[in-house]
Design a binder for this molecule. Structure first.
Ligand SMILES: Cc1ncc(COP(=O)(O)O)c(C=O)c1O
Length: 314
């Protein structure tokens, strides 16, 4: 009898098809139910794998990206980890502009995949209003040389192609979504998902979130904060006013304490921005009341923040 060959999955096929869990213990009574899409099961542990894949494959499809090209990006490290993974699989070199303000785990992940790290020093170790703009300037400068391709995640609409896949999966996984929320950095994730959810059900309420310590979208006042991946100090160019209903500023401290509750009460180890996502989802669930459904995402895993004080603070 012939033994069937083992089914082999290529590493890029590990991206997507992430599970959804219903929060059980952190949601107060008489609220809408809340579902969390667990994006940490992507290969580098965040939803950024989806956009790294679409930014590279859309550019390849157009012929903008040729073998031998060096990819350049300015990133806090989640996009960088995902691009470093894609580059390792596809054989591109990767020049990444980042900073000591971001988790050492992410910087080391990029290096492990073979990226060339170019770090801008933040004296306070925090994300100041000028840090990300200066990282972007540096990445633009590097990419003017021949043989470089700047993926430019803050303006690249190819990212939305990757993020729409979260929306398509959600409409299969959760039958009727009344509200969806997510914290924004580039805004790519919420915009990609909103495109799909609003096309299916135009009344789906979409909330974009930012740290209350840097209320740029809600009040035009960028500030210093410590939530990696979000609050970039400018209105993100990909943010489309037609695709969201409200912007909410969420307390960093409430977000961080929610991360600790999610670990202890739900067994979900998630990163800081996810804590803010769940705080906002509970706010929406309170307003909507029982019988309704709110969805948000676990952008990444708490494993990326174990060296910091996210789980050490009480
Ligand atoms: C951990 C984390 N959460 C949230 C975001 C925000 O996602 P987006 O850039 O799609 O708005 C990012 C982006 O880098 C991130 O790294």
């Amino acid at each position: 009898m012939r033994v069937p060959p083992p089914s082999v999955t290529r590493s890029l096929e590990l991206i997507g098809n992430t599970p959804v869990v219903r929060l059980q213990h952190v949601v107060p009574r008489h609220c809408a139910q809340i579902f969390l899409k667990i994006e940490s099961t992507n290969p580098t542990g965040s939803y950024k794998d989806r956009m790294a894949k679409s930014m590279i494959e859309e550019a390849e499809r157009r012929g903008d990206l040729k073998p031998g090209t060096t990819i350049v990006e300015a990133t806090g490290g989640s996009t960088g980890s995902s691009l470093a993974f894609l580059c390792a699989v596809k054989g591109y070199r990767f020049h990444v502009v980042s900073s000591n303000a971001f988790a050492a785990e992410k910087l080391r992940t990029m290096a492990a995949f073979g990226a060339n790290l170019d770090l801008i020093h933040s004296p306070s170790g925090k994300i100041t209003p000028t840090l990300i703009p200066s990282m972007i300037r540096r990445a633009k400068e590097v990419s003017t040389s021949d043989g470089y391709y700047f993926t430019n995640q803050f303006e690249n609409h190819d990212a939305l192609v990757g993020y729409e896949t979260i929306g398509h999966e959600l409409v299969q996984q959760v039958p009727e979504i009344d509200a969806f929320c997510g914290a924004v950095g580039t805004a790519g994730m919420v915009m990609g998902v909103a495109r799909v959810l609003k096309a299916k059900r135009p009344e789906t309420h979409i909330s974009v979130l930012e740290p209350a310590s840097s209320p740029t979208i809600t009040q035009g006042r960028p500030g210093t904060h410590h939530v990696e991946g979000i609050g970039i100090g400018i209105i993100p160019p990909l943010l489309d006013r037609q695709l969201y209903d409200e912007a909410l500023a969420i307390s960093e401290n409430e977000g961080r304490s929610m991360c600790r509750r999610l670990a202890r009460e739900e067994g979900l180890l998630v990163g800081t921005s996810t804590g803010l996502n769940v705080v906002a989802a509970i706010e929406l669930a309170r307003k909507l009341g029982s019988g309704k459904t709110v969805v948000t995402v676990a952008a990444d895993t708490g494993l990326k923040y174990l060296r910091g004080n996210l789980f050490a603070d009480q």
